[in-house]
Design a protein around this ligand. Structure first.
Ligand SMILES: *Cc1c(COP(=O)(O)O)cnc(C)c1O
Length: 329
């Protein structure tokens, strides 16, 4: 089940759906609006809305669009009871085995499966799912505890099972069950805290790049950018690249965040502006206005930039703004 929520982690949901749909058994999105856009674009395969329905409109949309929904909360059971659907919906019952976010207490699994199975608004038997809080660090004991809680609660129940996100797919084979839910790994980000994407055999799908629009010289002691947060200590060649936080480059990326110019790493210097960033090009032998500047992707793993900016690849990828022109290869 390919997870393509949030514009496929910033890659464009419809574009990615077109590429992946023939190669996966189902698509997963967050909400019904995303599911509706997929149906409208002509995608006929199974779709799961991971957050399920939040009101009657969503529930009716799920039924009309034939989109499976997650049921994780009593308010959804009340909506199901209060609504008469023309066509029943497919349901995944979500259990909270330790994430502490969405899902019912595992002790209620049997009672809820029985109720949903006999509900005329629900097709057949619900699937059973849970989500792991610590799969990015597979050795942590929380993982085994969540798997054990899920197993204990569902052992005697019918229905397909799903537990694994990307991290669990790569590092927790016991969590694979019937359906896996890869997200970040499809886009070439590493889901494991201590392993590089390349080491896991993952290749970047997105390369974010721009060009140098100005180069100038600074004398020692001169400052760069808003707040004058960086000051040269030597004669410095500064490059200005046309990308900023309005494009999705993180404003909080600090001095020293790696950027690629002519295939070589140079440090970001000064604050990230709305439409521009500034780079220290002093150590590059040759460089000129118009040179390609790569922010992440081919040649510079997004995970490295994310680590420098104290965030995760997911956050960087799904921030990329509509203003950025998409070139597909
Ligand atoms: C987003 C999401 C995933 C995918 O997670 P990745 O870490 O990107 O693989 C899987 N399951 C659920 C419930 C999600 O919300």
């Amino acid at each position: 089940m390919a997870v393509i929520k949030a514009e496929a982690y910033g890659h464009g949901m419809l574009r990615v759906a077109e590429s992946l749909a023939p190669r996966v058994d189902a698509l997963a999105v967050s909400c019904l609006d995303e599911a509706a856009a997929l149906r409208e674009a002509g995608h006929h395969q199974p779709i799961l809305a991971l957050q399920g329905f939040k009101d009657e409109r969503d529930l009716r949309a799920a039924s009309q669009l034939d989109v499976a929904v997650t049921v994780h909360e009593d308010s959804q059971l009340r909506l199901l009871a209060a609504t008469r659907l023309h066509r029943p919906v497919r349901v995944w019952l979500k259990l909270d085995t330790g994430m502490g976010r969405l899902g019912f207490a595992p002790s209620r699994a049997a009672e809820l499966v029985a109720a949903l199975t006999s509900d005329p608004n629900v097709t057949a038997v619900p699937g059973l799912m849970t989500h792991l809080a610590c799969a990015d660090a597979p050795e942590r004991p929380e993982n085994a505890a969540q798997l054990a809680r899920f197993e204990a609660a569902t052992r005697h129940l019918p229905g397909e099972r799903s537990l694994a996100n990307s991290a669990a797919i790569l590092a927790l084979p016991d969590a694979h069950a019937d359906w896996v839910r890869p997200g970040i790994m499809l886009y070439g980000g590493s889901p494991l805290a201590d392993q590089s994407a390349a080491g896991l055999g993952l290749r970047p799908v997105m390369t974010l790049s721009t060009r140098l629009i100005a180069i100038h010289a600074l004398a020692p002691g001169e400052a760069v950018g808003y707040g004058a947060t960086w000051r040269s200590e030597r004669p410095t060649r500064v490059g200005v690249a046309a990308i900023g936080y309005a494009d999705g480059y993180p404003r909080h990326a600090p001095n020293g965040t790696p950027v690629l110019v002519r295939g070589q790493r140079v440090p970001l210097i000064g604050r990230v502006s709305m439409d521009m960033i500034t780079l220290d090009l002093t150590d590059l032998e040759t460089v000129q206005v118009g040179d390609v500047v790569t922010l992440w992707g081919e040649g510079l793993p997004v995970d490295e930039v994310a680590a420098a900016a104290r965030t995760i690849s997911y956050d960087l990828l799904c921030r990329v703004h509509d203003r950025v022109q998409v070139v597909t290869g």
